[in-house]
Unconditional design. Structure first.
Length: 135
């Protein structure tokens, strides 16, 4: 929890709230291993921390694998990134919680229908039974 707080210190979300409230909200919905991944799900993508630094601090390989999947490489199309997440149960659970929280009206710009549609498609993809299903 401390690392998540330190990593996101000073960041705010689109609504102006301290960003760290977002990973804390996700972690509250998870069991212990999932909570760690939820707390750190944006750390590598949005801060200067690296997976190697987290590994050196003793984070387990399973959690690091999930964090690697949750870190979106901007060269990878968004829905392909989501498809990769679907294959890992830990990453999938965290990403679903992330998308649901990000879809709440208080976390979106008032006129952001494109982002909401992107999240809707990602949620459908993660919830679909057939991993090869387009949505």
């Amino acid at each position: 929890m401390r690392l998540s707080y330190l990593a996101h210190h000073g960041q705010v979300d689109k609504g102006g709230c301290p960003y760290v409230f977002h990973p804390f909200h996700l972690a509250e919905q998870m069991d212990s291993e999932e909570a760690v991944a939820a707390l750190l799900h944006d750390v590598v993508e949005d801060t200067d921390y690296t997976l190697e630094e987290l590994r050196s601090q003793g984070f387990p390989d399973r959690g690091l694998k999930a964090l690697a999947l949750l870190t979106h490489d901007k060269e990878v199309p968004y829905l392909e990134y989501v498809r990769q997440i679907k294959a890992d149960p830990l990453a999938r659970q965290v990403k679903l919680a992330d998308l649901l929280h990000n879809s709440e009206p208080t976390r979106l710009d008032e006129a952001d229908p494109k982002r909401l549609e992107k999240y809707r498609q990602a949620i459908e993809l993660l919830e679909a039974e057939d991993p090869s299903a387009p949505f």
